[in-house]
Ligand binder design. Structure first.
Ligand SMILES: [Zn+2]
Length: 111
């Protein structure tokens, strides 16, 4: 079956909320988190957004608010998003999504 170790988190559901422009991620432990499309788009992990010598994750806000057109699974470890600005090369590993979630939580609790 899968090589996932026990306790490793992965999304069991990715649900688009079109009117709010948010993606809801439901994790395998039952917790859920909403991500703004612009937040996910801005942290696109692909080389052209992040550069090649990545030391610190960069936030590149989209020029215009984006819509999330589709979600494609990549193996059993990641997803890719097709954005309304035509970009789709970012591979969002599940552990990367968790990292974004932690950054989001840190940002919302520290003010
Ligand atoms: Zn990118």
């Amino acid at each position: 079956m899968s090589s996932k170790s026990q306790g490793e988190l992965y999304p069991v559901e990715l649900r688009r909320h079109r009117e709010d422009k948010q993606l809801e991620v439901v994790w395998s432990d039952g917790h859920r988190r909403m991500f703004d499309y612009d937040y996910l788009r801005g942290y696109c992990p692909c080389a052209s957004c992040q550069g090649h010598m990545v030391r610190q994750l960069k936030f590149q806000p989209p020029r215009r608010p984006v819509d999330l057109l589709s979600i494609e699974p990549v193996g059993n470890y990641a997803v890719t998003f097709l954005w309304s600005d035509g970009h789709s090369t970012g591979i969002y590993r599940f552990d990367f999504l968790l990292e974004l979630e932690q950054m989001l939580e840190a940002a919302t609790t520290s003010s």
